[in-house]
Design a protein around this ligand. Structure first.
Ligand code: TXA
Ligand code: MG
Length: 310
């Protein structure tokens, strides 16, 4: 199907992707159509080898170091593009985002197709990313011909995206499934990671439209709070970061991201829980901010803040 220009949803270790042959511009255009995604939001190209990445992007020692450390895995590198990459994939930018996924089914598909595969998350634009084949079906049934069912995604949150477009500096464009601490450890102390935030005037075309304020959002009005109030209404859903010390008074409207407060577990359950709660007709969803000292907090608070953005 991919070789004939069709779209197939595929499991990644992070979230499900909606894949097309990255060398086929019409197939890539169909991704935007199926998702209702604006054309200014470029796609990540997935590769099966570093050699394949080098055909798409201008490689560098820093890219080599990060690929050695994290590929296959949930790190996306934004690099200067080669002229062969279609404008539809990069939204006309001079850079291309590449990543070698770790999920065995995705890898098998990349190898057997022999093509680089462009794939954004397999959700309707703006909604919560899918972490199971059922989630993909809920959003894209009737819009795409096939879903490759690999069960639940092992990480449950999207890849970390860094830009290496400038040579000595690593810009964090989107925190994700590789926490900043791990990235910094692999880079060593000499290279600083800077966080690129979308300046207000660049909102219509931010460096990474995943940085658009409202993204990954439930339909139910959602808030992010540093601390929950003592009295929590039963009309609202309360999502605790970890299991509260005393049991909540209305157990049916209280939810827990990670029983023992493990950040990786919280990241894995966030999207599934948001989807489940979103279907249950609560007046609002109240999210508890992840604690500062937890390595996954940057990623978790980023996604929760976007879910809560007005
Ligand atoms: O884990 C993931 O990254 C998943 C799986 C399927 O690989 N993919 C994913 O894709 O989350 P998507 O399209 O939902 O998010 C990719 C982000 C977008 O926000 C896009 O703006 C950004 O990557 N991006 C792509 N190319 C870029 C570029 N050349 N420069 C800056 N940002 C780029
Ligand atoms: Mg997405």
């Amino acid at each position: 199907m991919l070789l004939s220009g069709k779209l197939v949803a595929v499991p990644a270790e992070t979230v499900y992707g909606l894949a097309a042959d990255a060398t086929n511009p019409e197939a890539c255009a169909a991704i935007f159509e199926a998702k209702g995604r604006p054309l200014f939001d470029p796609l990540i190209v997935h590769v099966s080898s570093v050699a394949q990445a080098k055909k798409l992007a201008v490689w560098s020692p820093l890219a080599e170091r990060l690929a050695q450390a994290f590929w296959p895995g949930p790190l996306t590198l934004v690099l200067p593009r080669k002229p062969t990459v279609s404008d539809i994939v990069t939204s006309g930018l001079e850079t291309v985002a590449v990543r070698m996924p770790a999920h065995p089914l995705f890898r098998k598909l990349l190898k057997s197709s022999g093509r680089p595969l462009a794939a954004p998350s397999a959700n309707l634009f703006g909604y919560i990313s899918p972490t199971s084949a059922e989630h993909v079906y809920e959003g894209l049934n009737g819009r795409i011909p096939a879903i490759l069912d690999g069960g639940d995604c092992p990480m449950g949150v999207e890849s970390t995206i860094v830009s290496l477009a400038s040579l000595k500096k690593v810009q964090l464009l989107r925190p994700g499934a590789i926490p900043r601490g791990k990235l910094q450890a692999a880079l060593g102390a000499d290279i600083k990671i800077t966080r690129k935030r979308a300046p207000v005037e660049a909102r219509l075309r931010p460096a990474s439209p995943g940085l658009l304020d409202r993204h990954y959002s439930p339909r139910t009005p959602t808030n992010l709070l540093a601390k929950f109030p003592p009295r929590m209404s039963s009309e609202d859903a309360w999502v605790h970061f970890r299991a509260p010390a005393q049991g909540p008074s209305h157990p049916k409207n209280h939810f827990v991201l990670a029983e023992d407060g493990n950040g990786e577990d919280a990241a894995r359950s966030l999207y599934r829980l948001l989807r489940e709660i979103d279907q249950r007709g609560f007046r609002s969803i109240q999210l508890e901010r992840a604690p500062r000292n937890e390595p996954w907090s940057e990623t978790l608070n980023d996604r929760m803040a976007r879910a809560a953005a007005k």
